[in-house]
Write a protein that binds this ligand. Structure first.
Ligand SMILES: [Zn+2]
Length: 92
């Protein structure tokens, strides 16, 4: 198969989003106050991945939505990555 750079780009973005999702698991499942150093460690790792997503051309809005999705166990944001769609018209 011929290597297509546009596929690499999409694959890298996909991988980074998955990694951020995985790292956020540690933040969701640790206690604020007791495990702050532990949480900071993961926030720092996520920060690096976020920067790479931005340099790959993802908009700031997309990155923030991804984080909002990862922060909660149940997604409150309508996002294509986790397959959850929120109809905001219902809440207005
Ligand atoms: Zn989501």
């Amino acid at each position: 198969m011929l290597a297509d750079p546009s596929n690499w780009h999409a694959a890298r973005v996909n991988h980074l989003q998955g990694e951020i999702r995985n790292l956020y698991w540690h933040i969701r499942n640790s206690q604020r106050g007791r495990q702050d150093a532990y949480r900071r460690r993961y926030y720092r790792r996520i920060e690096v991945l976020k920067d790479e997503l931005l340099t790959l051309g993802q908009s700031k809005r997309d990155v923030l939505d991804l984080l909002a999705c990862c922060r909660r166990r149940i997604c409150r944001v309508g996002c294509p990555s986790c397959g959850n769609h929120v109809d905001w018209q219902r809440w207005i």
